[in-house]
Design a protein around this ligand. Structure first.
Ligand SMILES: *Cc1c(COP(=O)(O)O)cnc(C)c1O
Length: 372
């Protein structure tokens, strides 16, 4: 069998993309907030219902920029989840804050809101939860805690593009939400990202921060970096956005097939559908219980690999167990996150993944079960 990777980037036809970028050859305007950038920004504002969308060259710098733009006291503590991609924890530290790790809920793997308040001190400045795998955090409870303690809320919504909760887009919760439009995400601009927010006063600061802090031709207001989205990436986004609904629908068929074949198998845990949530089917994580199932995560991973199928141990290790943080954090302080990270595997999923391939993947997995 040909190699099956965990994901495969969505792309428009080459004709659609070349049509989209043709006018760049007339204008010679390749970056710095050109027509494609403006168009994609507007389309995303319409799609998400967010009052403001700021586009970035990637999601990570979008997150660093919003952390800067909120002008929170440096050295302040930010309560977050270690069950996430490296970016979330790194952004907090690179921006001069101290991450404080809260454990995750064993059902959705998002931050456990019952454990947040115990972690709040007089140095806490914000909460940075992650809508992990596209599962929406308990946004109501988080909002309530943040209001009570006067904290900012910034969501890492990298996985949750186009997900809505009670009819409200994931871009509209908290003070701001960061999205990633990396090639591997549900919606991509090759590389790219965005911050969605509602406070008007952040608009100019975010604009300046992503362009070296340059406020005007003769005025540099901040020690900013360079994080602008270029015209070619924006054009890719405009094309991919046209096919978004169809892509998500196709992913939904893949998820349905996985659930049909793996749902209810003893020793396999699959996240339940969340009430009032319209999903984007970004990932398909499965948690293995060796005693019940008959094989552990690493055995399943290896068996799939033997068959040229490359699942991902996503998220393993948790960020507090990274080599670069050795001795600084204790992974055992978030036992649920630690346990899930040792047992989770995300299976291949993308819009064009053939259902027969899903059948093959499930057959290989089930061949390891002690009973079927
Ligand atoms: C992908 C991802 C990011 C970073 O996004 P980039 O666009 O790759 O910089 C941040 N957080 C999470 C949870 C992600 O999955």
């Amino acid at each position: 069998m040909d190699e099956i990777l965990v994901t495969r980037s969505s792309m428009p036809s080459i004709e659609e993309y070349t049509d989209e970028i043709k006018e760049l050859w007339d204008s010679h305007w390749l970056t710095n907030m050109g027509v494609k950038h403006k168009q994609l920004q507007k389309e995303l504002e319409e799609l998400t219902g967010a009052e403001h969308v700021a586009l970035y060259c990637n999601g990570h710098l979008a997150l660093e920029n919003i952390l800067e733009a909120l002008q929170l006291p440096k050295g302040g503590e930010i309560i977050t989840s270690p069950f996430t991609f490296a970016s979330t924890t790194h952004a907090i530290i690179r921006c001069g804050f101290e991450p404080v790790f809260c454990d995750i809920d064993p059902v959705t793997f998002t931050i456990d809101t019952d454990k947040i308040e115990d972690l709040i001190t007089d140095r806490t400045v914000a909460i940075l939860p992650v809508h992990v795998y596209g599962n929406i955090c308990d946004v109501e409870k988080i909002d309530e805690i943040a209001k009570k303690h006067g904290l900012k809320v910034i969501y890492d919504a990298a996985h949750a593009f186009a997900v809505s909760y009670k009819g409200k887009n994931s871009a509209c919760f908290g003070d701001a939400s960061m999205f990633s439009f990396h090639a591997t995400k549900v919606f991509n601009t090759i590389e790219g990202g965005a911050v969605c927010y509602h406070d008007d006063s952040l608009e100019q600061r975010l604009k300046d921060l992503k362009n070296f802090g340059i406020h005007g031709p003769e005025e540099v207001a901040y020690v900013g970096g360079n994080a602008k989205m270029n015209e070619f990436c924006a054009a890719m986004g405009i094309c991919n956005l046209r096919h978004l609904d169809e892509e998500i629908e196709k992913r939904g068929h893949v998820v349905a097939r996985y659930k049909e074949l793996l749902g209810g198998v003893k020793g396999l845990y699959i996240c339940p559908e969340q009430k009032d949530v319209t999903p984007n089917h970004a990932y398909f994580p499965v948690v293995f219980d060796k005693e019940e199932f008959g094989a552990d995560r690493d055995e399943v991973f290896a068996k799939l690999e033997e068959n040229n199928i490359f699942a991902r141990k996503y998220f393993y290790p948790i960020t507090t167990a990274f080599d670069c943080y050795k001795g600084r954090f204790d992974p055992a302080e978030t036992p649920v996150a630690l346990d899930i990270s040792n047992r989770v595997l995300t299976l291949p999923i993308y819009a064009d993944l053939a259902l027969e391939t899903v059948d093959t993947i499930c057959e290989i997995i089930l061949s390891l079960a002690k009973r079927r």
